[in-house]
Design a protein around this ligand. Structure first.
Ligand code: SF4
Length: 440
């Protein structure tokens, strides 16, 4: 491995571990000073896909990792020896001190006293316990080793379990996936060599740098999801244009993994980019919980198997919206009734009704109809409430006209005086017409 390739690898590891780029030189310094990390890699019930993924390490390649970073003491698919020689090699690895990592691939059969999988004539479960006990950490690679995987799926007959069910003596790291992503495995080892500790993990012993984010949030088709652009059939126009595969069963919104950023097959692609929905292979017991691969998740209700999670979610949202609407209508009606009740209590006040005769020692009710014995404060409160009642809106013809003014305004009186006719003058005998004209 050239120095340039080595430095690029260290920077890439900082990225995989979600560390700032400034950690690249620190990782390089630590790896140069550390001796190669010894691995004892065991195979249980598995297809060998995790080893194949490891051999597909793009840069550096697996061979470069073996020379520079790792010392693989025992790996049945890669080692030259077999039989008794291989068993001796495994025993020798344990005798060299607790400075190796136990890497477990495949599930552990517990049925038939472990006879479904023997290594060197011993049940695989016993071999895993022994190797894990002397390791600095146990790394379960692939979904079979994490929780039993395919051998544990429905109708599994071997009683398969994951490494966690064996309660290994050393700290456990789970790297699920079918297969494991080699970047996550190498980055876990690099973290240990650099910081002398395992990376931060969640409750299921899964490193957060790899399984802390949703596939859906990192997917390159996410924009199509937001715009409602979905492929609805394999090979349709939407599929050809790279639209979202949600309606074809993609489980990305429910799955935690970093596949969209780390990819597979030498970094070439990953499931969704190649046109296939995510099947959720990093989730617990995904063969039982995430399939069928081409439909949305099946019903969470055991009594209604045809109802999907989407339908249940839609029904819940609709129910909540309906309840909110009913509450709003009820609140509005209650407010209206309350207002009408106040108005009616004022309008139906028996104003003209003669008060019933009272005993002599009882106090007469107030004109506002206060109950006998009401205090001044009560009367004042009643008055405030009465004042707060809005006056009813009358039709235009019933609106009372203002009373005519009792006294004419001074300006009007002066005008009226001006237009008052002159009192008629009686014409008397002897008055001449000329005098009359002169008077006028
Ligand atoms: Fe999410 Fe899957 Fe659609 Fe990608 S293809 S946006 S992961 S639903």
């Amino acid at each position: 491995m050239s120095r340039r390739t080595f430095l690029k690898f260290c920077s890439a590891m900082a990225g995989v571990l979600a560390l700032p780029a400034a950690f690249g030189p620190r990782i390089a310094t630590a790896l140069q000073a550390a001796p190669p990390m010894r691995l004892v890699w065991l195979h249980g019930q598995a297809c060998g896909g995790d080893t194949a993924a490891f051999l597909r390490s793009p840069s550096p390649t697996a061979s470069e990792l073996f020379v520079r970073l790792l010392s693989v003491d025992y790996q049945e698919m890669l080692m030259a020896s077999s039989g008794a020689n291989a068993t001796r090699a495994m025993a020798a690895s344990g005798g060299n001190g607790p400075d190796y990592l136990a890497v477990i691939e495949g599930s552990v059969p517990r049925g038939a006293n472990g006879m479904y999988c023997l290594v060197g004539g011993r049940p695989f479960a016993d071999v895993v316990r022994d190797v894990s006990a002397g390791a600095v950490a146990t790394i379960a690679v692939g979904s079979c080793a994490v929780d039993g995987g395919a051998p544990r799926a429905r109708n599994g007959v071997t009683g398969a379990v994951g490494v966690e069910d064996l309660h290994p003596a050393s700290p456990l790291v789970n790297l699920p996936g079918c297969p494991v992503n080699v970047h996550n495995l190498v980055a876990t080892i690099v973290h240990y060599l650099t910081f002398k500790e395992l990376p931060p993990m969640g409750a299921a012993h899964r490193p957060l740098f790899a399984y802390g984010g949703l596939v859906h949030n990192q997917c390159e088709r996410r924009a199509h999801f937001e715009f409602g652009e979905f492929a609805t059939e394999w090979g349709d126009a939407g599929a050809q244009q790279g639209w979202c595969l949600y309606k074809l069963g993609c489980k990305g919104p429910e799955v935690f993994a970093n596949c969209p950023t780390q990819r597979y097959a030498e970094g070439t692609s990953w499931a969704v980019e190649s046109g296939h929905g995510c099947i959720g292979c990093t989730m617990p017991a995904f063969w039982n919980t995430m399939l069928p691969a081409y439909r949305r998740l099946p019903s969470p209700l055991p009594f209604a198997s045809t109802i999907t999670v989407d339908q249940v979610g839609g029904a819940l949202v609709g129910g909540v919206a309906g309840l909110a609407g009913v509450h709003a209508v009820a609140s509005y009606g209650r407010a209206r009734l309350s207002r009408q009740g106040k108005t009616m209590s004022v309008e139906t006040e028996p104003a003209d009704e003669a008060p019933a005769p009272l005993p002599d020692d009882e106090e007469a009710p107030s004109p506002a109809g206060d109950p006998p014995g009401a205090t001044e404060a009560t009367a004042a409160t009643a008055q405030v409430m009465t004042d707060a009642v809005p006056e009813p809106i009358l039709p235009l013809e019933e609106v009372p006209l203002p009373e005519p003014e009792s006294e004419a305004a001074p300006g009007v009186a002066a005008l009226e005086a001006l237009v008052q006719p002159e009192p008629e003058r009686q014409v008397e005998a002897g008055d001449s017409i000329d005098e009359e004209r002169a008077d006028q």
